[in-house]
Design a protein around this ligand. Structure first.
Ligand SMILES: [Zn+2]
Length: 302
């Protein structure tokens, strides 16, 4: 009995060590992140990030990840593919059933209200940027945020003409996520960072609160299974009704914002980090609606 009690602190330390390693660092510190490919997914209907910005983006990512997680960012290969052709080649992995959810944006308000009701108080407080607990009235305020932004996101489909409307799967997160899921099954399995010049719209089924108050617009996503990531460069390079891309702040800082958006997804995929709704200085704090300026100033690693 005495021997068993003497072992207890050692077992406790062992459990704590395993817990810390499992939860904070899927990678040992000072490791290579282990991404295989950097892939540009190009939709010819949209403007593309200029080639010179690619190098600046990689430099920002190297610096951010070194300081933030002490890991090296060095994908082995870089490719560019036509978005439509790439997706067509992966039909078997896309989840088409979820595409239907894109159409309930402006129809099923009771579904959205029920979804809002299910979020935690912490999530609701984030949405409203308040410290107070969120009662019924707050849920209406969150619903109004969704109502204010959903038409702007829906209008993106119209800005680039009817051709884009027809190929709506290309901007569906469900579809992109299906493609990323398939990366795991390739031989050898691939971990890819995709940058699409199209925009990404999440379906409403399991939508997180930060995407819901953006009217469904997603900056990016990671697939936990394959460790592949997709981030959209669309909003900073294409005229849209959401941000002013001619604003000098965006012209100067858009590549760095993109780098932090990618770092945020890397936090999810490689370091098991969840959204941090409480600390707006954290890279894991989701961009509040479309406040990219404020977000960059807060999360920037000097
Ligand atoms: Zn996130």
């Amino acid at each position: 009995m005495k021997n068993k009690i003497a072992l207890f602190p050692f077992i406790l330390i062992l459990i704590l060590t395993l817990f810390i390693f499992n939860n904070n660092y899927l990678l040992p510190r000072d490791a290579n992140l282990g991404l295989d490919d950097l892939v540009m997914l190009v939709d010819n209907n949209m403007n593309l990030m200029p080639v010179e910005d690619n190098k600046i983006l990689v430099d920002h990512l190297k610096r951010i990840l070194k300081v933030w997680k002490n890991v090296k960012f060095s994908p082995k290969n870089a490719f560019a593919y036509n978005l439509q052709e790439y997706m067509d080649s992966r039909l078997s992995t896309g989840d088409f059933s979820k595409l239907q959810n894109l159409d309930i944006f402006h129809m099923d308000h009771s579904f959205i209200k029920a979804r809002i009701h299910s979020y935690s108080n912490e999530e609701k407080a984030y949405a409203l940027k308040t410290n107070k607990l969120c009662e019924k009235a707050c849920e209406n305020d969150i619903f109004n945020m969704y109502l204010a932004n959903a038409p702007k996101v829906l209008a993106l489909r119209d800005i680039h003409g009817s051709k884009v409307k027809e190929i709506n799967k290309l901007y569906s997160l469900a579809y992109l996520d299906g493609a990323m899921f398939g990366d795991k099954y390739e031989s050898p399995p691939r971990k890819r960072l995709y940058i699409t010049n199209n925009y990404i719209i999440d379906d409403l089924k399991d939508i997180p609160i930060h995407t819901l108050i953006r009217g469904g617009y997603a900056n990016g996503s990671c697939n936990d299974f394959s460790h592949s990531i997709v981030v959209s460069s669309y909003i900073f390079y294409n005229q849209n009704n959401i941000i002013d891309i001619n604003d000098s702040f965006y012209i100067k800082n858009r590549v760095e914002i993109l780098a932090y958006l990618i770092a945020h997804e890397i936090g999810h995929c490689y370091f098991n980090e969840k959204e941090n709704y409480l600390n707006n200085k954290s890279i894991m704090y989701p961009v509040h609606i479309f406040e990219y300026k404020e977000w960059l100033k807060n999360v920037q690693i000097k």
